[in-house]
Design a protein around this ligand. Structure first.
Ligand code: SAH
Length: 473
């Protein structure tokens, strides 16, 4: 039976309410604490009393009757918690309480009482309550932990700020639809971010500024340059996810997986800017211009890039132009392909026995050549990670050998790392080019060169088939 079927959710004011807790063990203690936190006047009745309850009594937070429950204990009480550890006794108390119109909760027996105490996420004045109706307290707790992690403690500050300005904004923005939009923009945008970062005074100034701008019909947006990671959405940062859910328009490229895109606010406008090799759906200059123009038009703009925006992502150029135009922006790091692919292929990028340094280089072929510091790349005891190196692979391998790298140096090619289509080929400098010819290797691919590649034999853990995540083709 679903014990929550007939539950009506409400938050009840118990300030100064006379409350009775029957039981003196750890469960009674936990529930008593919550009643005290809410301001109830608690009496605990039990023959044996937990030390912490005694301490609370000494601090003047509750009254204790060190004896067995008596039916008369219910008189004048508005809330009862039966937590004696004896199912029969608890149920008797519940029956009596219900007959007397007293609200009763029974520990570990939710359907015996008439109210339950949900798991609570406290960001006062924000309160989030979760209950599984007794079906699975563990599941409620897991969910609570997830939400706890997802909603920073500083949300309390945000709720306080909103409360503080509520009346003023109601007076300044009279249409309720516009007001809702205004609040969404402020709490989900720059003001919200400032509060979450602890910059409350600045946030207040910004909010007041926004009210003035609204009244003067001026609006300013901002740009979030966000790293979407290599594909698997679980690898997004909390900040990335939060910003993704508060935007008006998103510019994304091919390296962003569909699973990541599914997390963007559903009604945000989506603009694909390509970036397939030699197939630029939108030239870089146009992207840069549009980011500025959209923000100036008051939009919250998400520039979502595969991996990390500052690693071979031209993120620097995009925000340079924003800075020049005085557009506010934030940069959110992402898991770069090297980190994502290395982990998911079981290849540590450094290792005490094999590699004390790691280089990230681009293998992008320009005029049929790759311009790299080959001498630096062939040094011993290091790992070389090559981004965009598939087309130029033969050239790169030849150059490395020409500069003295051993032909049996281990090398791995990771295609579509972290996704359901991850495919890893390992070989040596000598064999890899033929191996790639014989396999249909799909972009994007990352190349890792170094002795660490051999560790994959032991450390490979990821089964791509288990993942549902695909990159956008
Ligand atoms: N900013 C990105 C890199 C962009 S350059 C980052 O930090 O990861 C594009 C190159 O990244 C691709 O050519 C490929 O080498 C690499 N890459 C990105 N995602 C990848 C993935 N899921 N699997 C393998 N390589 C990937």
């Amino acid at each position: 039976m679903n014990a929550n079927q007939h539950r009506f959710a409400m938050f009840v004011d118990v300030h100064d309410a006379p409350a009775l807790v029957v039981g003196g063990g750890p469960v009674a203690l936990r529930k008593t604490r919550r009643l005290i936190d809410a301001g109830a006047k608690v009496t605990v009745v039990a023959p044996q009393i937990h030390d912490e309850l005694v301490k609370l009594q000494q601090a003047g937070a509750l009254r204790i009757e060190a004896r067995a429950f008596d039916n008369n204990d219910l008189s004048g009480v508005s809330i009862v918690i039966a937590a004696t550890g004896d199912v029969g006794v608890n149920r008797d108390i519940a029956t009596l309480a219900k007959a007397n119109g007293v609200q009763v909760n029974v520990a570990n027996d939710p359907s015996a009482g008439n109210f339950i105490m949900p798991s609570l996420i406290d960001r006062s004045p924000l309160l989030i309550a979760i209950s599984s109706g007794g079906a699975s307290p563990v599941l409620s707790r897991l969910l609570t932990a997830r939400i706890e992690a997802f909603i920073p403690k500083s949300f309390a500050r945000l709720a306080n700020l909103a409360g503080q300005y509520r009346a003023q904004i109601k007076a300044s923005v009279s249409d309720w639809r516009e007001r809702r939009r205004f609040w969404e923009q402020q709490l989900g945008g720059r003001v919200g971010e400032m509060v979450l970062q602890g910059r409350t005074t600045e946030a207040e100034t910004a909010l007041e500024e926004a009210i003035k701008q609204y009244q003067a019909n001026e609006v300013t947006g901002e740009v979030y340059l966000v790293g979407a990671g290599p594909g698997e959405p679980d690898l997004l940062s909390f900040r990335a996810l939060r910003l993704m859910q508060h935007v008006d328009v998103v510019y994304y490229d091919r390296l962003v997986s569909d699973a990541v895109m599914a997390l963007v606010k559903p009604d945000a406008e989506r603009i694909y800017v390509g970036k397939k090799r030699s197939d630029h759906a939108m030239p870089q200059g146009t992207i840069n211009d549009q980011l500025v123009a959209q923000a100036k038009a008051g939009k919250r703009v998400l520039r979502l890039k595969g991996g990390d925006p500052f690693i071979f992502g031209r993120g620097g150029e995009e925000i340079e132009q924003l800075a020049e135009h005085g557009v506010a922006f934030q940069v959110v790091p992402g898991v770069t392909a090297a980190a994502g692919c290395a982990s998911y292929a079981g290849i540590p990028l450094t290792h005490r026995d094999h590699s004390q340094a790691c280089l990230f280089v681009t293998g992008h072929l320009k005029n049929n050549t790759v311009d790299l510091n080959w001498h630096a790349l062939v040094q011993p005891q290091q790992t070389v990670v090559i981004y965009m190196g598939l087309v130029g692979l033969a050239h790169i391998v030849a150059k490395l050998q020409e500069h003295g790298m051993a032909s049996d140096k281990p090398i791995a090619l990771i295609s579509r790392g972290t996704t359901a289509q991850q495919h890893v080929i390992t070989g040596t400098l000598d064999t890899i080019v033929d191996q790639v010819k014989n396999n249909e290797v799909k972009a994007p691919t990352l190349t890792i060169i170094g002795d660490v590649v051999t560790l994959r034999e032991k450390l490979n853990w990821f089964e791509p088939g288990d993942s549902q995540i695909k990159l956008i083709d």
